[in-house]
Design a protein around this ligand. Sequence first.
Ligand code: C5P
Length: 237
Amino acid sequence: MEELLYEGKAKRIYGTDQEDVVRVQYKDSATAYNGEKKAEIVGKGRLNNEITSLLFSKLSDAGIPSHFIEKISGNEQLVKRVQIIPLEVVVRNFAAGSFSKRLGVEEGKKLSRPIVEFYLKDDALGDPLITDEHVDVLSLATADEVAELKAAALKINEVLGGFFTEIGVRLIDFKLEFGKDADGNILLADEISPDTCRLWDMETQEKLDKDVFRRDLGNLTDAYETILTRLGGQLHV
Ligand code: C5P
């Protein structure tokens, strides 16, 4: 039996018979507000696995590697083993969510340029927003690594934004995580899905992401299925 290495709110990570490869299993659980709001949504794990696998493959084709190796079942994928850097790297193109709340900017307002923010990955502290100086004095990453993370996040924003524009979806904001492989190289990791992005239909402004669950706006599965099918993925395999 493969060893369970880690269980998070949305995924389980198992070891494999290869030292540098782990198996990610996407769960059907939905959580928001740091775990305060919870639900089981049948099929959500599979949808996020399909969407993340598709997006990581497309990014790789566009010259942006990640930890992703291959999808091995409806709700599982193999990825390279990395040590996750404890930072949530958020890119914003339009005001929304905590940015709008914190700074009093109307949701949907286009920012004059994309911005990158860092949040400390720490559930007990509620993932606080932190500055480059906090990152430095807490030894979370070096100045060079911070520069590398920002540049990578902005590049990914350009490419990912292009994918979504092609399918009539506006990439409002999203969260990335990065890890270090055994050689110390920084690699894009975790997932990119409607759980971690804000995605609005360009025509109707309909929300096609986890805000549907956070704000009780309707059926999460319908929204995620819309993203998957527009990206060219298959609903049922
Ligand atoms: O809540 P906030 O506006 O800061 O979220 C910015 C983006 O990061 C959203 O797309 C949200 O889904 C994502 N995010 C995430 N995981 C978190 C916090 C935010 O995927 N823990």
